[in-house]
Design a protein around this ligand. Sequence first.
Ligand code: PLP
Length: 594
Amino acid sequence: MSSTMNPTAAPEIATAFAQQHFPGARSEHAPWLRDEMLAMLDHWFDWRRCRFQSPGDAVGSVATGDGHERLSERLAVLREALTEETPTFTPRYIAHMKSDLSLPAILGWFAAMLHNPNNTSREASRVGSVIETEAVAHLATMLGYDPGQAQGHFTSGGTVANFEAMWRARYRLDHWLAMALHLSETRGERLDPFAAAHMGWDRFRDLWRAHGVTETALKQASAMASNPLDVGRRISRASGIDYLGPVVIAPGNRHYSWNKGVNLFGLGAEALWSVRLDARGRMDLEDFERLVFQARDQGRPVLMTVGVAGTTEMSAVDPIDGLFDRLDEWERQHGWRIWRHADAAYGGFFRALLDGASETALRPDVSTALRALPRADSITIDPHKLGYIPYACGAFLTSDAQSYAVSAFDAPYLHRPELGAGKWASTLEGSRSAAGAAATWLTAETLGLGPDGLGAVLAGTIEARRALEEAVMRAVPQARFLPADANIACFTLAEDGERLSVSNARTGAVFAYFQESPAFAVSRTTLGRDCAALKTAHLAGYDGVDDSEELSVIRLVVMSPYWCDPVMRDEMATLFVAEMASALQAVETASVKD
Ligand SMILES: *Cc1c(COP(=O)(O)O)cnc(C)c1O
């Protein structure tokens, strides 16, 4: 959709936010940032001095300024070595989900790091854990959860946040199935593992009370509290089917953390069922339905369903609204309470665009899908991606305390007084830094996580992606862009009517040229079998001939805040088009020589 059809927020607003809240592509804010950094150190020094008043003179006996020669020298070596790091802050870096850090992120991170709280418990983090709670509330508000009800914590990243969701989903499934297995064995009724595993807490509590079930009895029927193989055998016996365990239903565009998750949680690779993708690379809801009924027919519980908001490869947003509509309908019709997780590691921040002028940067169907996010039981979001926060900063949120409850040791359905004392029992990770939470907090309190703030910046990046696409398409007729939902563009380089294997080779060669050139950093990805519909639609656009399983694309992640500025954007687009022309020429020359 072109920007002329869809007038958007004034670019000068996005530009102003980007200029004010980021260091500047040429370090324009260096003097101010230096002053703030020094003020922060001075504040920390003063705090230390007044907090430790030594009775003796122990500190004074250290000769200040001496003995640091080696440290200074090695630090200089380290500093110098780091200049070889990829300069991801520049607007020329459009390769991966990484860009410049924001000023509030740098300062918030630094401020907390100096005090080094450990958010594993209130005791080890009197202030850090409070900041975390407030930062979670800011994220919850942006995601559409009620911040008074929502729960969550910061993780090292999206991968662990996804594991947190799996852990909670399994916790429920295990309890519900254990209850049904216990009752089936003691009352001699046939077990329906699919229905049982989705009974929900209300039914669970009713059964608990009605049958006077004890915790000991429940533990003996729990795969987690006793032995999973033994419990599996007993489920087979009680149900009369060959019980194969639960499945996770996730779209083919999912992040590889889900493959790690089924491995780690011991489900086996087979238990990760892929939903086919449609011609835009989003979850196909018909196929999703088919898989749920296939699971039911095989007596295999659905541990969880995953919808992706902002896929890692293309920033595609699954039809989360339609997905949750179906789950709602089955819950009403059949009482199936299936855990719904939204993997919004990348795209969760696009909710900052909603309900303001910047929303027009989003396709209407993407807005609708993002509006459905708060209907999820749990959400993964990565502030270290579109929050412009330093690593390692992910977050896991649930809609309320009941969905948050989990434990490796206790019964969750009993109340959890220890939650007030810290999160150690309900996080997969042990020691956790407060720095990412503080960076997120300061970002939310200054730039803001709404349309007048981060939303305007992200709208600017989506506009920039459109402008870049248009510039490339005008100048490079072979450039064929895939559909895009947000600020990631993927394209191939193909002649009309060409065989896919030939265009794949050209796209690969142009990528190789970019890798050798300092002009722009881009990335490449290969779309495989899950993307068959996408591939077919793509080839139809230029009568391409399908002779390969895979579609090789060049991928541009246009998330740099500096691309918000139309002057910078046009300058970068012009340079990029020139680089493309050189690359194509070099590739054609090389192939003539071959
Ligand atoms: C990046 C990403 C993840 C994993 O996040 P990490 O922070 O790299 O662990 C998970 N899901 C999606 C959709 C992602 O884009």
